[in-house]
Design a protein around this ligand. Structure first.
Ligand SMILES: C[S@@+](CC[C@H](N)C(=O)[O-])C[C@H]1O[C@@H](n2cnc3c(N)ncnc32)[C@H](O)[C@@H]1O
Length: 479
């Protein structure tokens, strides 16, 4: 982060605005909404500010000094804004504030600012602030416009209601976890809808009744086994997103991308469970026991796994242990690497002209060997997707050829599918092992074998880091 997002209380505190034009007027309007006392330093005021000064409410909130700026104007200001349009004066203001360690914002000059003003969505007391760190104010404004349409206007009233009920709820539930669950239900359920619809009396009755019907007992823990997909956060399901916001603790694997982990509730504890080939940070049995222990402590545990938890994910083993211990759980499917890699590489897994079936296999067996049903795999008109196959690739290709597939059968390897580091290398069963050897791929990688691979040339649409085809140098295309 280039800036720390904070909300500052400036109620009844003095703020200095240097400049009397329209830009200054906009900043002053905002400071007034936050309850500040404002001193304007400007030889002249624009019409808007002059009117504002004449009609100001509350009285005395704005003082105007028709003078040129001097450093001693800083006085006891807690915040300074320079909006003069004169670069020399703006610099003087910034330096004077800097010397006194007073936060200063110089309009349209991030280099002279110690704080920047975000775009805001105001549903007071709820405020959403959006900033691009000065990189693209227009982008921040566009995002703000989208948020405006998504956040109901009555959110402020909802928050005010919650504030009025907070102490009652606090004294009703001694367990903080139970309190949070009560509010999560209330703020997403019929109570919120009634407030949005302006049915305030009904909303209040409903909240009273809900509170009375909820006993103050220990929270029953549960586990959410959630598939995080192949990497692109946009491939998460709605349910995954919702549970990610509810969890108290997240136990995650190496394949869960940092962008996705970042979307989990901020104050949920994070436990890394590892799972790198032959470098398992935590043995599977310990993970199973950990989930049970956390749930028994009353926690809502998010078990976040790459791809789909039920496809080469050992999700079955984890919930078997939970089921055995009577711990409630739910499973949320994710987009498995095969679907993610195929879509993002432009390789349909089935196609009426080339493949009528598709088979998923793992190229890495428990004992480290590669020992598959080669005859079943080496069938015509079938696509084979191989997970965890990078190390065994030469053996895999040799065996498929030995069991009847042509050496010229198209084959591809997809690195870090759906992420900015995606690379696709295509060749044949004969050439792919050597091509891979020199390409220095970074796991995870997925292998796709079959005639459908030919379609990649025409259907590739996502090529963030360049696309490697047999015999071609790496292109460097950026999206
Ligand atoms: C233990 S398996 C987990 C599979 C996961 N449960 C799924 O449904 O995708 C790990 C293997 O999945 C494949 N994989 C997972 N994510 C991938 C990605 N983004 N790109 C390519 N392969 C991926 C790789 O073959 C990796 O070795």
């Amino acid at each position: 982060m280039d800036f720390l997002p904070i909300f500052v209380n400036i109620k009844h505190r003095n703020c200095l605005v240097v400049g009397g034009g329209e830009v200054a007027a906009r900043k002053i309007a905002l400071l007034l909404r936050a309850g500040a006392h404002i001193t304007i330093i400007a030889p002249e005021l624009c019409t808007e500010l002059s009117e504002q000064l004449r009609e100001q409410l509350p009285r005395g909130a704005i003082t105007h000094r028709a003078e040129a700026f001097r450093p001693d104007h800083m006085g006891d200001a807690v915040l300074v804004i320079a909006a003069t349009g004169d670069p020399v004066v703006n610099r003087e203001v910034s330096e004077a504030a800097g010397q006194l360690h007073i936060p200063v914002n110089v309009v349209d000059n991030p280099a002279l600012c110690s704080f920047i003003m975000p775009s805001i969505v105001d549903r007071s007391p709820v405020l959403v602030a959006v900033s691009s760190g000065g990189a693209s104010p227009v982008l921040a404004r566009l995002l703000r416009a989208r948020l405006e349409t998504m956040i109901p206007a009555a959110y402020g009233r909802l928050a005010a209601y919650a504030a009025g009920f907070r102490e009652r709820v606090k004294s009703h539930f001694s367990h903080p976890g139970k309190r949070r669950i009560f509010w999560e239900k209330a703020l997403q359920g019929p109570f919120a809808e009634m407030v949005f619809a302006g049915r305030d009396r009904a909303a209040q009755d409903y909240l009273e009744r809900s509170l009375e019907s909820e006993a103050d007992e220990a929270v029953q823990g549960e586990v959410y086994l959630v598939g995080a997909g192949p990497g692109d956060p946009e491939l998460l399901t709605f349910r995954a997103m919702r549970l990610m916001q509810q969890a108290d603790v997240v136990v995650y694997d190496r394949l869960v991308s940092p962008e996705i982990l970042d979307m989990v509730r901020r104050d949920a504890s994070r436990i890394y469970a590892g799972k790198e080939r032959s470098k398992h940070v935590m043995p599977q049995e310990s993970i199973n026991e950990l989930l049970v222990r956390l749930a028994k402590e009353g926690k809502r545990v998010l078990r976040l796994k790459g791809g789909d938890p039920f496809i080469f994910g050992r999700g079955g083993e984890e919930i078997e242990t939970l089921a055995g211990q009577g711990i409630p759980f739910q499973v949320v499917p994710g987009i498995t690497a095969a679907s993610g890699a195929a879509s993002y590489a432009g390789i349909p897994l089935t196609h009426r002209d080339y493949a009528q079936s598709c088979i998923f296999v793992t190229g890495h067996l428990k004992d480290g060997s590669v020992n598959l049903d080669w005859l079943m795999l080496a069938r015509p008109n079938q696509t084979i997707v191989i997970y965890m196959g990078l190390l065994g690739l030469p053996v895999l290709c040799r065996q498929l050829i030995a069991h009847g597939l042509s050496a010229t059968t198209p084959a591809a390897i997809v690195q870090q599918a759906s992420t900015r580091n995606q690379r696709v290398l295509t060749g044949t069963l004969e050439t792919l092992p050597d091509l891979t050897e020199t390409a220095h791929l970074t796991p995870p990688t997925l292998i796709i074998v079959g005639e459908v691979v030919k379609l990649h040339q025409r259907l590739a649409w996502f090529e963030p880091e360049g696309d490697l085809r047999a015999g071609e140098p790496a292109a460097s295309k950026k999206v």
